[in-house]
Design a protein around this ligand. Structure first.
Ligand SMILES: [Ca+2]
Ligand SMILES: [Ca+2]
Ligand SMILES: [Ca+2]
Length: 217
């Protein structure tokens, strides 16, 4: 019984160390521009926004900007995190996130409303901007702006992943716009080389055998 417990702890430690070293596919803060996007436009939005991918207007909600990333194919899961900037006079319009050309998120935003608290359909994980009560202008036109953090985990064993965005805002960029920043894509494959992992596991087993031997002696 004790042995099984120790073995379980050893295996759990290996799994945890593997998760902690999951492979970073991309980390993009756009401070020096954008590469690989179908539209590489970036804008310096000042202290709060920093430089980000955008500003873009809407195109009826279809996928307007996208980038394809290479995956090892050894993963079973990929987590995508990003900041979405809702800039200026959004009025009950939608920001859409696409993965592999399929829309996986569609959230409605209103510029002077606390969307995160009010929308039962909000998929964002957190509000970004300090002091945001739904009425703070953080830049560009005088309308209030809001920022949201998304985290999406998908099951995939594919060797590529396409991330894309779209919006239904209907006015020009000076009136309402969107941007994306701080993209982090991570898979669940450990960076610990297989021989090292096997060696660690083997050491654990030897230790366990030692414990068992001492107990029986
Ligand atoms: Ca940035
Ligand atoms: Ca509008
Ligand atoms: Ca503004």
């Amino acid at each position: 019984m004790k042995l099984n417990k120790k073995l379980a702890i050893g295996v759990a430690a290996l799994v945890l160390s593997g998760a902690a070293n999951a492979v970073i596919i991309t980390q993009e803060d756009f401070e020096t521009g954008a590469t690989g996007w179908s539209d590489n436009l970036t804008t310096d939005g000042g202290t709060t926004f920093t430089r980000f991918l955008g500003r873009f207007n809407g195109a009826g909600g279809v996928q307007q900007n996208s980038k394809t990333y290479s995956l090892s194919g050894n993963q079973t899961q990929v987590t995508i995190e990003l900041d979405f900037y809702e800039i200026d006079s959004w009025d009950y319009e939608y920001f859409n996130i696409f993965i592999d050309d399929t829309q996986v998120i569609s959230n409605e935003f209103k510029h002077n409303r606390e969307d995160f608290a009010n929308s039962p359909f909000m998929d964002a994980q957190a509000l970004l901007f300090t002091g945001d009560d739904g009425n703070v202008n953080y830049g560009f036109a005088s309308w209030p702006d809001q920022g949201y953090r998304y985290s999406i985990t998908i099951n995939t064993t594919a060797t590529s992943l396409k991330l894309g965005f779209g919006a239904t805002i209907s006015s020009g960029i000076p009136d309402e716009a969107w941007g994306v920043d701080n993209i982090l894509i991570v898979d669940n494959v450990s960076t610990i080389p297989v021989p090292a992992a096997v060696w660690l596991f083997g050491t654990g087993l030897l230790a366990l055998i030692g414990v068992a031997k001492r107990k029986t002696a």
